[in-house]
Design a protein around this ligand. Structure first.
Ligand code: ZN
Length: 269
């Protein structure tokens, strides 16, 4: 599943291709992807020009002149830039026919992704974005500390709660705990202010590093589609050994695969 850095990479890459391109038509091949009335979705966006792509957490917001729609890739959604007439894949579900003979295609093997019209200016105050907490980049650590004080749950679980802080998925939650030498079972409410500040710093550092890496990893995406998934250097997630050579343990915490090093990430003394 794409996480914040991957979605940011998708955003930046797509901006290079579709800004100032006009939507001539939209073909919806799998209606459930669109969370609105299909006809309304098409009529609202038709003949509008892409002006900007924003990102909030793992959501992309495509802004056209005075209208906008939000897109969540969920498990396997990806965008592809094609030429008119290119062979359609059976997983292409929404086709934005653009001017200059281009098409923006939304491809999704699992069909879990969704698109929905939102207000051009006020989308952050509308669902689904209104229920999200701030991203690590903008959160005030004292505010986070106060929120964590009320959570008598494993920090690993709380890191995935998008209403507290948005943009951290399972992979980076595992990596953040490792870099902090923090046992994933540690209750969120025992973290000191100093540790919470460190948590925010480490989260920003890991996400920024991944964004930077994404920007340099993706060269061409018109051929294979862009889902932003790229090889980041992971230290514990899906690994056998930590960087110090200790054996990684895999457990389930709140039904999510949690990888950690029992030696580097000793339980809270
Ligand atoms: Zn270790």
């Amino acid at each position: 599943m794409p996480e914040l850095p991957e979605v940011e990479t998708v955003r930046r890459t797509l901006e290079n291709f579709i800004l100032n391109k006009k939507i001539e038509d939209i073909k919806i091949l799998y209606p459930k992807i669109i969370d609105d009335d299909q006809e309304e979705f098409v009529q609202t966006l038709k003949n509008k020009t892409f002006k900007e792509i924003d990102r909030v957490g793992k959501y992309l917001i495509f802004k056209l002149e005075d209208v906008a729609f939000i897109s969540h890739l969920r498990m396997e959604g990806k965008y592809q830039i094609c030429k008119k007439g290119d062979i359609l894949s059976k997983h292409d579900h929404v086709i934005f026919v653009l001017d200059e003979g281009m098409e923006l295609r939304y491809n999704d093997v699992r069909k879990f992704g969704r698109m929905k019209l939102v207000d051009h200016d006020d989308y952050k105050n509308q669902l689904p974005l209104s229920k999200l907490g701030p991203e690590p980049f903008e959160i005030d650590y004292l505010e986070l500390y106060q929120k964590l004080k009320k959570k008598n749950k494993a920090i690993k679980t709380v890191l995935l709660d998008q209403s507290i802080m948005t943009g951290i998925g399972n992979i980076y939650a595992n990596e953040i705990c490792y870099q902090m030498h923090l046992n994933p079972y540690t209750k969120a409410n025992v973290l000191s202010k100093k540790r919470v500040k460190e948590l925010v710093d480490v989260a920003c550092e890991i996400l920024n590093k991944a964004i930077l890496q994404g920007g340099t990893t993706i060269h061409s995406f018109s051929a294979n589609g862009i889902d932003g998934l790229f090889q980041v250097q992971l230290k514990v997630h899906m690994q056998k050994h930590c960087p110090l050579g200790h054996e990684i343990k895999k457990v389930m915490i709140n039904e999510r695969g949690t990888y950690y090093c029992p030696i580097c990430q000793k339980a809270k003394r």
